[in-house]
Design a protein around this ligand. Structure first.
Ligand code: NAD
Length: 346
């Protein structure tokens, strides 16, 4: 049995069906803030629950945990900083302690794969070029934003518990910004929103200079990485941090890339507009993914082109209604702002 927290989210709703297809039993814990996109399946147990009230019996029969639940971007973490700290750090620590106790009790290693983020590499600094040098897992990090700070604090907690309990096996995946289709779609991620704007408006706008670097990752490569970590040799992964990304792009380069793909494969002409009047708070970080390949032979292979075309075709087929840009459910921050009661819902 694999326990997946946050299994009804953007990543989880792609990951869980993959695990089921592999014949795994899966238990999902999720507050269902974004409804339930998961299929009914005899091997799937869905518990509507809040990881802030994690219970020991959630771990009964569990051989590995994939921990995705929490606030998942900067705007929501800034909007609800207390909830962000409670979900992303305190609840992660509590769950990890329960996992460590179980590992100790059973005398068996228990993997705990944690959804961290490459955004921990970004630190606001007047010397923007400091963020341009390639970062690897050994680079000291001191993120200051609410979201990335809590991701880093959670990492530290997991590694601390692992020092005390040999049976507790955290594996930390610092994912790049994701893109691609999911049953619980997000249009607040850069490639997804570029594709939506190209489809809706025939143009896409880059705010600020567009020179910021971003590491990007296809959602299905992220899913492959989680699954890979369930069986990778323990001695190579226990207590390790891995960056997971396909490539770093500059935002402007990415915008042109999306338009090129659509022009070439869907015969549409899309304009790129740069709006320098809007400060986008240019978060820039360039991240290296060599360790994952060197240590485990794993590479994130999927580029953006296929994902852009899949999203375009889904939009054309009406998968997200006539006007997804006006539908708050596809944008975490808008969804929370339109009804804060969602955040109290369990
Ligand atoms: N999407 C990205 O680009 C990206 C990049 C790097 C890291 N991550 C991390 O990966 C994880 C998954 O991201 P996502 O894009 O699927 O996010 P998401 O917002 O789509 O999904 C998060 C899920 O967690 C659930 N959840 C939130 N708080 C909870 C709680 N207290 N108890 C139980 N369930 C709770 C929500 O209902 C939702 O289903 C997150 O931890 C995120 O920080 C995401």
């Amino acid at each position: 049995m694999i326990l997946v927290t946050g299994g009804a989210g953007y990543v989880g709703s792609v990951l869980v069906p993959e695990l089921l297809a592999l014949g795994k039993q899966v238990r999902v814990i999720d507050t269902l803030w974004f409804e339930n996109p998961l299929p009914d399946h005899p091997n799937l147990e869905l518990i509507r629950g809040d990881i802030r009230q994690a219970q020991a019996d959630w771990l009964d029969g569990v051989e590995a945990i994939i921990h995705l639940a929490g606030l998942s971007n900067d705007p929501t973490a800034d909007f609800a900083p207390q909830l962000n700290a409670e979900c992303n750090v305190m609840a992660t620590q509590k769950l990890a302690e329960l996992a460590a106790q179980k590992g100790k009790r059973d005398g068996k290693p228990l993997r705990f794969v944690f959804a961290s983020s490459c955004s921990v590499y970004y630190t606001a600094t007047p010397e923007a070029e400091l963020n341009m040098h390639g970062k690897d897992e050994a680079t000291p990090v001191s993120p200051t934003a609410n979201y990335s700070k809590t991701k880093r604090l959670a990492e530290i907690e997991l590694l601390r518990i692992a020092e005390q309990v040999p049976e507790f096996c955290p594996i930390i995946l610092r994912k790049g910004t994701l893109f691609g289709l999911s049953p619980r779609m997000r249009f607040d991620l850069v490639i997804n929103v570029f594709t939506l704007n190209a489809w809706k408006q025939g143009k896409l706008t880059v705010f600020g200079s567009g020179e910021a670097w971003r590491p990007l990752l296809h959602i299905r490569d992220a899913v492959d990485a989680y699954i890979y970590m369930l069986s990778a040799p323990l001695e190579n992964v226990r207590g390790e941090i891995f960056n997971v990304l396909h490539k770093n792009y500059r935002i402007l380069e990415l915008a042109f890339w999306v338009t090129e793909v659509l022009e070439k494969h869907r015969g549409v002409s899309i304009q790129v507009k740069r709006d320098r009047s809007v400060q986008s708070g240019e978060r820039s970080y360039y991240v290296l993914a060599d360790k994952l390949q060197r240590q485990l032979g794993f590479m994130a292979e999927r580029g953006a082109a296929q994902a852009v075309l899949e999203i375009w075709d889904a939009l054309e087929a009406g998968a997200f209604g006539d006007d997804p840009a006006s539908d708050p459910r596809y944008y975490n921050i808008r969804w929370f702002k339109q009804d804060q009661a969602i955040l109290e819902r369990v």
